[in-house]
Design a protein around this ligand. Structure first.
Ligand code: DGY
Length: 339
């Protein structure tokens, strides 16, 4: 007899299958659970489909999970996706979508809500990683770091360091933040280390003291560097259209770690091809497609949607996803619901 104190007990389905499955064999001996929550004895396992094995040890706490592509299934009750579109009609038993990521703009949330499906996301844990990458792109684009690296590798560094190849200063620059939410604020806090003056634009003025408020168009005209940290909504789609991009100062740097669709991508390609602007882009309108015109340009740094891509952050995101699934399975309040 093994006594486990304070651990989740097996569900009815789990217990009845004891000895008959891999999961059950982990606990094939007689186990008595002293539950901290009596109601959990009544928990039924939730049939979960995950679009990949999400990183970190928390994923192993899911007891009935299958890793498979999103294809029509009538047994699946919960989906774990990374902002991938979900067709609710493919999953008649669906009750929960746990999104791995803070942005859920591609899920098709309206149809899910209409079907009464609960949706969760992973806010908070990826702010620092995304803010760090934003500064990496600001530094790389503004100081021509990637271009310099390419020159060295191509054997093109021949003269003295004192000959040309000048970039633009980051320290002391004016940084314009579009969207001063959690990630925007993390970017603004880091700006202090660069003695940068921070402007921000947002529908509701913030009292964080992290920057001076400007209307969007004023901010675009005043900043040396503009960085986007807004969610993709009907209101922000193509927010930076050709007319607004034209307001950016000559030589200004645009950084986007939010969503590609917030910028008119073709208009941005034209501006970059003209050489008037610099950019650091982590996100694109039709990922993983990147406009081919950008590939040959030296004034743009391109990364493959790496905002949250550190081991620590991605593991923390999985932790929240799993906590939401387990809470739903136990009939408890969701940790980070978006609906
Ligand atoms: C998100 O969480 O929405 C990000 O795009 C992932 O980095």
């Amino acid at each position: 007899m093994i006594v486990v104190v304070g651990q989740r007990p097996p569900s009815k389905r789990y217990a009845s299958a004891a000895g008959a499955s891999v999961r059950a064999s982990r606990n094939a001996t007689s186990i008595a659970f002293i539950a901290t929550r009596f109601s959990a004895w009544d928990t039924d396992l939730l049939k979960v489909l995950a679009t990949r094995r999400y990183p970190g040890p928390a994923f192993d706490e899911l007891r009935d999970v299958e890793v498979a592509p999103l294809e029509a299934r009538d047994d699946v009750e919960a989906l774990i996706v990374a902002n991938e579109p979900v067709s609710p009609e493919w999953f008649p038993a669906l009750r929960l979508v746990a999104n791995f990521g803070v942005g859920y703009d591609r899920l098709g949330i309206d149809a899910l809500v209409a079907r009464g499906v609960a949706v969760t996301n992973t806010p908070g844990v990826l702010d620092a990683a995304t803010a760090d990458l934003t500064w990496a792109l600001i530094l790389a684009a503004r100081r021509r770091v990637v271009e310099g690296d390419r020159r060295v590798r191509a054997g093109e560094w021949r003269g003295s360091w004192a000959d040309g190849f000048l970039a633009e200063e980051v320290s002391g620059s004016t940084l314009g933040i579009v969207g001063l939410g959690r990630i925007g604020q993390a970017v603004a806090r880091r700006a202090a280390g660069f003695d940068a003056r921070v402007l921000y634009t947002q529908r509701r003025r913030s009292d964080t003291g992290l920057g001076e408020h400007r209307e969007l168009e004023e901010l675009l005209a005043e900043a040396d560097i503009v960085t986007i940290h807004a969610p993709l909504t009907g209101e922000t789609r193509a927010l930076l259209d050709a007319r607004r991009l034209a307001l950016l100062r000559d030589g200004a740097c645009l950084v986007n770690t939010a969503r590609g669709e917030i910028v008119d991508e073709q208009a941005l390609v034209r501006e970059l091809a003209s050489g008037r602007l610099r950019a650091g882009l982590d996100v694109f309108a039709h990922e993983p497609h990147v406009p081919t015109e950008l590939l040959a340009l030296q004034n743009v740094v391109l990364t493959p949607h790496l905002g949250s891509a550190t081991r620590q952050t991605r593991e923390a995101m999985t932790r929240i996803v799993v906590d939401n699934v387990l809470a739903f399975e136990r009939g408890e309040e969701l940790v980070t619901p978006v609906t």
